[in-house]
Design a protein around this ligand. Structure first.
Ligand code: NAP
Length: 259
């Protein structure tokens, strides 16, 4: 399917690895020029070089922490006007509801709610002025079904989801389409870290921990960053213009719900 976005410019946050990189690669494959971001410079430059070589698009890199005001300012200055925004950042650590402090909640809200909101506030006025834009927020399946050990994530992402639900309907008439992509378990460093938590808590090997988590997924496996990226590219395409404020779950059927 021709997505009709060749030549557009996209900012993909937190994109040197994992799901963000999957989104960046899928957009580049459609001819979209990119601004990529992550904190660590080495993996970021490596990903940028791979994408330039594979797809021949322009790729600008900004090594900065997207969850800080200073980091966002650097990224936004380098990005300039973009047509497509993919928000992403690392997820909060697992833990126990009784242990989290106010500071833990503030950090989670900053990273996974207030950062994507600040990026939308900065970039959507330009999209509205030009009459076209796409925003995809990488959130989590925890928005649909809570993951008890990830209470910080459950909380922050629910807040972002509420913001998007209203705002998407305010900007759709101006040509700007906002949707959320909700990953279930995907084969990334983050998934390996969570496997490690299960392995440690239950005294089982990493392989056993993975098999145990795979058994909870009807598809019988973890998702891939490429599959995730393909869904993101569709949401950024010309064809997604009537899909407003939706929460698209990619979880291999793990959440057992009819709707
Ligand atoms: P990942 O494989 O660990 O990759 C995270 C990427 O984000 C890396 O490029 C990392 O680079 C960058 N990053 C992290 N914190 C950043 C920050 N503060 N500023 C800029 N870049 C940052 O993670 P992932 O699996 O792709 O997960 C992406 C998001 O989806 C996370 O919020 C995660 O909680 C959520 N999610 C993932 C899964 C899953 O199964 N994978 C499931 C549900 C939800 P640097 O470390 O160099 O900054």
């Amino acid at each position: 399917m021709e997505l009709g976005i060749a030549g557009k410019r996209a900012l993909v946050c937190a994109s040197s690895k994992g799901l963000g990189r999957g989104c960046a690669r899928a957009l580049a494959a459609e001819g979209v020029h990119l601004v990529l971001n992550a904190r660590g410079r080495d993996a970021l430059e490596q990903t940028a070089a791979e994408i330039r070589d594979a797809y021949g698009v322009e790729v600008i890199t900004v090594a900065a922490d997207i969850t800080t005001e200073d980091g966002r300012a650097q990224v936004l200055a380098a990005a300039g006007d973009v047509d497509i925004l993919v928000t992403n950042a690392g997820g909060p650590p697992p833990g126990m509801w009784s242990d989290w402090t106010r500071d833990d909640f503030v950090a989670a809200l900053d990273a996974n709610m207030l950062t994507p909101i600040a990026l939308m506030q900065a970039l959507m006025p330009g999209m509205i002025a030009r009459g076209w834009g796409r925003v995809v927020n990488i959130t989590s399946g925890s928005v649909k079904a809570p993951i008890p050990v990830l209470g910080l994530s459950n909380s922050a992402r629910a807040g972002l989801t509420g913001f998007v639900a209203g705002t998407a309907r305010q900007v759709a008439g101006k040509g700007v389409i906002i949707n959320n992509l909700l990953p279930g378990i995907h084969d990334t460093d983050r998934a390996a870290a969570l496997d490690g938590g299960v392995s440690k808590a239950e005294g089982i090997s990493m392989d056993e921990a993975r098999k145990k988590r795979e058994a909870t997924i009807p598809a019988g496996r973890y998702g891939t960053a490429d599959e995730f990226g393909a869904a993101c590219a569709f949401l950024c395409s010309q064809h997604a213009g009537f899909m407003v404020g939706q929460n698209l779950l990619l979880d291999g059927g793990a959440i057992n719900a009819t709707l």
